[in-house]
Design a protein around this ligand. Structure first.
Ligand code: HEC
Ligand code: HEC
Ligand SMILES: [Cu+2]
Length: 399
């Protein structure tokens, strides 16, 4: 049984009983008013002292009716709470003022994709305040309380798009807290779930780095692995040993190329000479792509990620406008290069909006709070470094 099939009959039963009573009582009232009007019956026609069977009926009938409403209501409530076995597990995260959906394979999406005909259990989580997960089409509505475990389930029996609303007033843009359930055929859902990147295309060099196992030994985010990190590699000063002699180099095109093709020519100090040579494995063209990628510090890849789409999908636009108007947060329009007053460590200071500042504002919103605004911007902990760069780039270029 689906949640819709559980709820609708109860609703119709209660609505129907109420309608019958409303019409019955109103008709009886009108008939009595006319029939026993003083002009028709100037003298009282009868005096009834009491009627046992009448009393029994009008006590027993409403009692049974109300008990029946309770019984059907309770039974269908149990259907809402008991999730059928084998349901797809998704977590809905509510925050001011957007929804995000996390799947078990780590994928996340601003839209709730579900396979048609399969029950879906949605675990409800809030990052900040009280929200409500409300899907009228499937008759489910449940509060999303910070720190409390809660869930709903539903089945989309037909393909299509269904609205999700927030049903608890949660601040200024509460009304904008709308998301969509996309019910698609199961094969299409499986294919969608397998696509690894939810936003935009990958830089082709990244695919190469993954394919040739470079990322097993080199990180992109500055963390330590077997080899030096690729973060900030372009133009970096490095101590290397060339033919047994130590000297300092600056990572330029020629050095990087040699490091890939012939890693043992210059061995970075304090690292073991374990990198395999990629001469003959990577083509000239591929090496150029990789070096370009290093040059731009991943920016070229980030540019491929659509910053505008990200800003929308990640809920930034619920608080930040693109047209210069003041929202819950400052507008993104033409702020790059301007000066802004922020409060850092409790002290006011003027800062110029540059890339590091934007990055910090996104990753650590509470570090420098823009004067005149509340420190309510959420920490978006599932942004990848590329996504942060794409957002910075997007804000930077917004005229
Ligand atoms: C088995 C681990 C391993 C793999 C796989 C590997 N590397 Fe390395 N790489 C290292 C180590 C260790 C160093 C540092 C020692 C050296 O210079 O040889 C290094 C150094 C480098 C350097 C110079 C770094 C600097 O800071 O100057 C570059 C550039 C580089 N690797 C690129 C690549 C690329 C591109 C790939 C994939 C095509 C790759 N590496 C695959 C282990 C690896
Ligand atoms: C719940 C509302 C909210 C959401 C969602 C939100 N922000 Fe903010 N943001 C704010 C507020 C309020 C401020 C100003 C106070 C502060 O600096 O913390 C701010 C400040 C900023 C600033 C500094 C702006 C300036 O003029 O100095 C940047 C950049 C920023 N946010 C980017 C983002 C990005 C990117 C996202 C999406 C990943 C996002 N914000 C999501 C509320 C929000
Ligand atoms: Cu809400």
């Amino acid at each position: 049984m689906t949640t819709t099939e559980a709820i609708d009959p109860v609703f119709m039963f209660i609505l129907g009983s109420c309608l019958v009573l409303l019409i019955g009582i109103t008709v009886a009232m009108v008939v009595f008013v006319v029939r026993y009007h003083r002009s028709r019956a100037p003298e009282p026609t009868s005096q009834v002292d009491g009627s046992l069977w009448l009393e029994v009926i009008w006590t027993a009938f409403p009692t049974l009716l109300v008990l029946a409403m309770f019984y059907y209501g309770w039974a269908s409530y149990l259907t809402l709470r008991n999730v059928p076995p084998g349901a797809l597990q998704v977590t809905a995260v509510g925050r001011m003022w957007s929804w995000n959906f996390l799947y078990q394979n780590g994928k996340n999406s601003p839209k709730l994709y579900v396979p048609v005909g399969k029950p879906v259990q949605v675990a409800l989580e809030s990052k900040d305040v009280l929200h409500g997960f409300y899907v009228p089409a499937f008759r489910v509505k449940r509060d999303v309380v910070p720190g409390m475990k809660n869930h709903v389930w539903f089945v989309a029996s037909k393909p299509g798009s269904y609205d999700i609303f927030c049903s608890q007033y949660c601040g200024t843009s509460h009304a904008a807290m709308i998301a969509t359930i996309e019910a698609v055929p199961p094969e299409q859902f499986e294919a969608w779930l397998k696509e690894t990147k939810s936003t935009g295309a990958q830089h082709p060099a990244l695919a190469l780095l993954e394919k040739h196992g470079c990322l097993g030994c080199h990180s992109l985010d500055g963390s330590q692995k077997v080899g030096p990190t690729f973060q900030g590699i372009w133009g970096r000063k490095t101590e290397v040993k060339t033919a047994g002699k130590e000297h300092e180099i600056i990572a330029d095109e020629a050095y990087l190329k040699r490091s890939i093709v012939e890693p043992n020519a210059d061995v970075v100090e304090k690292y073991p000479p374990v990198m395999p040579a990629f001469a003959g494995v990577l083509t000239e063209e591929e090496i150029r792509l990789i070096i370009d990628y290093f040059k731009t510090g991943g920016q070229a890849g980030a540019a491929k990620l659509d910053g505008a789409k990200l800003a929308k999908d990640k809920g930034c636009l619920a608080c930040h406008s693109l047209d210069g108007s003041k929202g819950v947060g400052p507008s993104f329009r033409a702020i790059f290069g301007t000066k802004v007053k922020v409060v850092r460590n409790g002290k006011p200071e003027m800062v110029t909006i540059d890339e590091p500042y934007l990055k910090e504002s996104i990753l650590k919103p509470a570090a420098a709070v823009v004067d005149g605004y509340q420190p309510i911007m959420p920490v978006e902990d599932d942004l990848s470094p590329d996504e942060v760069s794409a957002l910075v780039q997007f804000i930077k270029e917004l005229k």
